[in-house]
Design a protein around this ligand. Structure first.
Ligand SMILES: Cc1cc2nc3c(=O)[nH]c(=O)nc-3n(C[C@H](O)[C@H](O)[C@H](O)COP(=O)(O)O)c2cc1C
Length: 384
């Protein structure tokens, strides 16, 4: 790879040579080989703890409980990472497996835990239960200054403040922090405004930590823009979803290349049982069925919230069972239809790249124009 001109991202003792975190993508999308490849090339590769017991059991052909599966996923990614940095994304909403995911990832030697989809209030206390507590960076995902303030207050009582913060704006893939589309997409919630709010709270607490921007970041120039705003790095999901190494199946990747802005929607009534908006590709067969209310209410997995208490079990006009749809998309749920989540920038994807090609693009200034020029001036070279 070329030499990066972007400054390294330092989180506690972790030196991330390229200030790009590949966002965790559940279920089964930010696989050990995606995270391993990103880490080996100098970024931070991030796994997702969602349904890892099933995924790792399938991969290794023997039964894993959730804690051991989280450990094994980290070990598998680390084998590919060539000494690079591996994180685990653990959604607060996955309440039944939260503690096992944290402790299992730490057993496996994880470098950082990134936790959102709810406020990770209990994280510092859970981490204390493990002998590696001081070796793991803790990185909450927030979407406002207010949430940052709440976390700082609560965590200060545990004697540990975050090592970095991911600030995720309304253009991100997966769940976003808002409940209504009009609210999410209002000008006050533009990512740069949220970043300013969060930086202000960090300043008030005299806690100088890297703030990492996420949601809608696509090019090298986008990265530079957020570094100039005072961020230490960025977290990107959709661009890594559109790589050969991601766990997305062939239909998912084809839709990523073909989709336009009008094909991307914030699912809401019916939406995710987490109660947060969930960005989907309209053509997802599962979503088409949910929109026509043709699906019976269902919750037979119990990953989200407490078993028996998931709103997708009770009615189908407000929520649908995302666990079944997402598991189906990675071939782990027979007789179900696929549900595809993407970020808003999916409409700009025109090609599936390797992680190496993508990282090269992200560290290269003016890559898009350079590419057009190369194609025009040296068509015989670009045809090679
Ligand atoms: C397909 C997909 C699945 C995602 N799943 C999760 C998840 O399980 N947990 C989480 O905290 N964030 C999840 N995210 C958010 C990403 O980690 C990241 O913050 C976000 O994608 C950044 O926005 P971008 O897609 O515009 O780059 C997901 C994003 C995508 C695209």
């Amino acid at each position: 790879m070329s030499v990066s001109t972007l400054p390294a991202l330092q989180i506690g003792n972790l030196n991330i040579k390229i200030p790009v975190i590949q966002g965790g993508m559940g279920i089964g999308l930010s696989t050990y080989n995606l995270a391993g490849a990103v880490a080996a090339l100098g970024g931070m590769g991030v796994l997702s703890s969602a349904a890892l017991d099933r995924i790792v059991t399938e991969r290794h052909g023997r039964k894993f409980n959730h804690r051991d599966a989280a450990a094994q996923d980290v070990i598998d990614a680390k084998k590919l990472a060539n000494g690079g940095i591996i994180g685990m994304n653990i959604m607060v909403a996955l309440i039944n497996t939260y503690e096992d995911s944290v402790l299992g990832s730490m057993d496996g030697g994880v470098d950082a835990i990134i936790s959102g989809a709810g406020l990770p209030m209990a994280l510092p206390e859970i981490v204390k239960l493990h002998p590696r507590a001081s070796e793991v960076a803790l990185i909450p995902i927030v979407s406002s200054g207010r949430a940052t303030e709440v976390i700082f207050k609560r965590w200060s009582r545990s004697g540990r403040l975050p090592d970095a913060l991911v600030v995720e704006g309304p253009l991100a893939g997966g769940h976003i922090a808002w409940r209504e589309p009009e609210q999410a997409l209002g000008p006050a919630n533009e990512l740069s405004n949220l970043i300013k709010e969060v930086l202000e709270v960090c300043k008030n607490w005299n806690h100088s930590i890297p703030v990492i921007a996420a949601g809608g970041i696509y090019t090298h120039e986008d990265i530079v823009k957020f570094l100039d705003l005072g961020c230490g790095g960025v977290q990107m999901g959709t661009r890594f979803l559109a790589t050969h190494e991601s766990g997305a199946n062939a239909e998912y990747k084809k839709l990523l290349v073909d989709c336009q802005e009008k094909d991307i929607e914030l699912a809401n009534k019916p939406g995710s049982p987490c109660g947060m908006l969930f960005r989907v590709l309209k053509q997802s067969p599962f979503y088409v069925e949910a929109l026509s209310f043709a699906r019976a209410p269902k919750c037979n997995k119990g990953y989200l919230l407490n078993k028996g208490n998931c709103s997708a079990k009770l009615e189908n006009d407000k929520a649908f069972c995302i666990c079944n749809g997402l598991l189906s998309s990675i071939n782990l749920e027979a007789n179900e239809k696929n549900l595809y989540t993407v970020g808003q920038t999916a409409s700009r994807i025109d090609k599936i790249l390797s992680v190496k090609e993508l990282m090269e693009e992200l560290i290269t200034p003016d890559f898009q124009n350079l590419n057009i020029m190369t194609n025009e001036i040296f068509p015989e070279v670009s045809a090679l």
